[in-house]
Design a protein around this ligand. Structure first.
Ligand SMILES: *Cc1c(COP(=O)(O)O)cnc(C)c1O
Length: 490
């Protein structure tokens, strides 16, 4: 006998209760984010080991479950929406994007096909169109939403391979700089290319790919019988936010018949900036562009975008029509034909929903604020005795370090690493580090639109105090009380 009841059914009241409570929790989280730690305190590692032992399989009461979810799961996570999350690239996702995500998930849209799905398909197309227009890509451009920047580049580089590879794959050569994100190397490795086929082009002193070095490398490879296939430029490197000279690279790409891919996962949104958009000039000549809306376009994870100058380049690479899919084959492109996924979440929706609700101008202002905060930070650092700005702000990133009276490089690197470790332990702000050549530098990426007028200044003051006052002061710092782990407050 098959029971008639649905074991997963909730009645309307239960659904509302669950929904309202989840929304309440999220509103509390967003409203009180400044009372939370930026990264969890160290002792959570032990909590984690303990908690791992339990896995309950019996149904739990909603209130108890939600409480535990808040205090055990989310309280022990990095708060990427915290304004003073300055590390890596922050994820300053808005509440609106979370609600957009909830709607897309709630309607369980299958964003792989367009027939019977024209509403969502139009939203995705319009949002892609908006991004293509921002980048200045022409009428036959297109693209699709993917999980993030790495997938966007992988999606594009496979299209490059299919459309441009002529002759033996092992002769192909790809050009990157030593500042290119590691996802590119990984993508090329997934696509079956060897490390030897990845040519690293020298950068100038500002960590931008040197176009002359690119031209020379291409020439030299041709003379050896290799086949230059693709150049990967970066608009906003992860290390320093450097924007490669896209126009000059585009000119070389045209002359040499290279596919030009631009990794704009970080810097793409600079296109929205009144003061800095011009620095991406040349991106309109790219064959493909990777962007990340889950970074500087304020969307929840995951939300990346692969744009191409010719949408056909994606369908040529990916389109397959098996018998079991013929019913949904269509004149309007199916998104499953533009990338490696068949079943796709409706990731475009949250960005579209946010744009509709806030309007484009609010996005422009929010991005501009990040650029202005980075400029403000640079000014403060230059005025701080003992500190030096290592790279100027670019795409919302700046790097700097404490010099003090260290002359020895090792000691200098160690001192800066200690400053960062102490700041992280304090819970006040989270900054990350990187290496530029042999130099350890501190990275600051102040792109959260919720930053107030003092956040950056106070963070720098505290770094200075850590550098000059010894590192012990911070762990008992009074400022930390406010920042304790939320689970300890309950
Ligand atoms: C973040 C980033 C990536 C990787 O994107 P994911 O969304 O993390 O996969 C690639 N390139 C650059 C320049 C980035 O900043």
């Amino acid at each position: 006998m098959i029971p008639a009841n649905d074991p997963l059914k909730l009645d309307a009241d239960e659904m509302r209760q669950l929904g309202y409570k989840v929304v309440d929790m999220l509103v509390d989280y967003h409203q009180t984010i400044r009372d939370s730690h930026v990264v969890p305190p160290k002792e959570s590692v032990e909590l984690y080991a303990e908690a791992l032992a339990e896995f309950q399989k019996e149904p739990r009461a909603l209130d108890e479950l939600l409480e535990s979810v808040r205090d055990d799961v989310f309280a022990n996570s990095m708060n990427l929406i915290h304004p003073r999350f300055f590390a890596y690239v922050p994820g300053p996702a808005t509440f609106v994007s979370a609600m957009g995500e909830a709607l897309a998930a709630g309607f369980n849209v299958f964003a792989g096909t367009t027939p019977h799905n024209l509403g969502p398909a139009k939203v995705e197309r319009d949002t892609i169109r908006w991004l293509c227009d921002l980048a200045g890509l022409g009428e036959s451009s297109g693209g699709l939403f993917v999980s993030g920047g790495s997938m966007a580049s992988l999606t594009a580089l496979y299209a490059a391979k299919v459309n441009r590879l002529n002759g033996k794959p092992e002769h192909a050569r790809f050009y990157v700089s030593d500042q290119t994100h590691s996802c590119i190397e990984r993508a090329l490795s997934i696509l079956g290319f060897s490390e030897a086929q990845l040519v690293t082009v020298r950068c100038d002193r500002e960590f931008r790919m040197d176009p002359r070095a690119l031209a020379e490398a291409v020439q030299s490879d041709r003379s050896k019988g290799h086949v230059p296939l693709c150049v990967i430029a970066t608009a906003g490197t992860t290390n320093t936010g450097a924007i490669d000279p896209l126009e000059e690279i585009a000119t070389i790409a045209t002359t040499e018949n290279l596919w030009m891919h631009v990794d704009a996962a970080l810097g793409g949104p600079v296109l929205l900036s009144e003061t800095d958009a011009h620095r991406l000039r040349g991106i309109e000549r790219a064959d493909s562009v990777a962007m990340d809306a889950h970074k500087w376009m304020f969307q929840s994870f995951e939300c990346g975008i692969c744009l191409v100058a010719e949408q056909d380049h994606l369908s040529d690479a990916y389109r397959r029509v098996p018998a079991y899919m013929r019913d949904t084959d269509s004149d309007i492109p199916n998104y499953r034909d533009l990338g490696p996924q068949v079943t796709r979440a409706f990731k475009a929706f949250k960005l579209w929903f946010s744009l509709q609700l806030y309007g484009e101008r609010a996005f422009r202002m929010a991005v501009q604020k990040g650029i202005d905060q980075a400029g403000h930070a640079a000014g403060l650092i230059q005025a701080m005795p003992g500190w030096e700005l290592v790279t100027k702000p670019s795409a919302g990133v700046l790097t700097f370090r404490y010099r003090g009276d260290h002359t020895d490089q090792d000691a200098l690197n160690k001192a800066n690493a200690n400053i960062i470790a102490a700041m992280t332990a304090s819970g006040f702000a989270f900054l990350s580090s990187t290496m530029l050549g042999e130099d350890y530098v501190i990275r600051l990426c102040p792109i959260n639109p919720g930053l107030d007028g003092h956040d950056v200044a106070e963070t720098l003051m505290r770094l200075d105090a850590l550098a000059k006052g010894g590192l012990k002061t911070i762990s008992t710092n009074s400022g930390q009380c406010k920042l304790s782990n939320r689970s300890q407050n309950t």
